[in-house]
Design a protein around this ligand. Structure first.
Ligand code: ZN
Ligand code: ZN
Length: 178
């Protein structure tokens, strides 16, 4: 959503969860994971240690989608997950966006709502753009993932910090060559 720069909050949430749990510098404590969900528009009132315990394996599962090097592979992974995660579409009207679809009704437990939402939003992104919009950060030494549902779709880094660091290094390398 607007707050995070993502059109679909599940896309940003998926990348943030994968980074929290699987990247070398991520933090995957219960509090950190609750923060990831809250930052991406999930209602976290019923977040418990059990929610966190269910989210950690989901992060490792989703990481494979971000790492897929061919569209066929991403589609195969997503289809297997879509067969596995029950979807219960539900019309919601809770903010300025107006009426829209959720992929799990509010009474379903939070970790399942999160799985359904991130899976559907990632699948929609791949339908629209293939795997060009998801990946692992291009910066040297960074293992964080990104997902890009912006209009331009030119993102290759997990963060501005990684983009800037890489650009500065490339600039210095060019200077040395001259
Ligand atoms: Zn909503
Ligand atoms: Zn990075």
């Amino acid at each position: 959503m607007r707050v995070t720069g993502y059109k679909s909050h599940g896309v940003g949430a998926a990348a943030a969860l994968v980074n929290a749990v699987t990247s070398a510098e991520g933090a995957d404590t219960d509090d950190a994971l609750r923060g990831v969900l809250a930052d991406h528009g999930f209602f976290v009132a019923d977040f418990t240690p059990d929610t966190a315990a269910r989210l950690r394996p989901w992060a490792r599962t989703l990481r494979a989608v971000f790492e897929a090097e061919a569209l066929d592979r991403a589609v195969e992974l997503l289809n297997a997950l879509l067969a596995d995660v029950p979807m219960h579409p539900h019309l919601a009207d809770h903010d300025e966006r107006g009426l829209h679809l959720h992929y799990a009704p509010p009474q379903v437990e939070l970790a399942h709502r999160f799985r359904a939402t991130t899976l559907m939003n990632l699948s929609e992104l791949v339908c629209d753009h293939g795997i060009d919009r998801i990946g692992v950060c291009a910066a040297a030494g960074c293992d964080r993932v990104y997902a890009d549902d912006s209009r331009g779709g030119r993102r290759r880094f997990c963060s501005d910090a990684c983009a800037n660091r890489t650009n500065v290094a490339a600039y210095r390398a060019r200077r040395r060559e001259q």
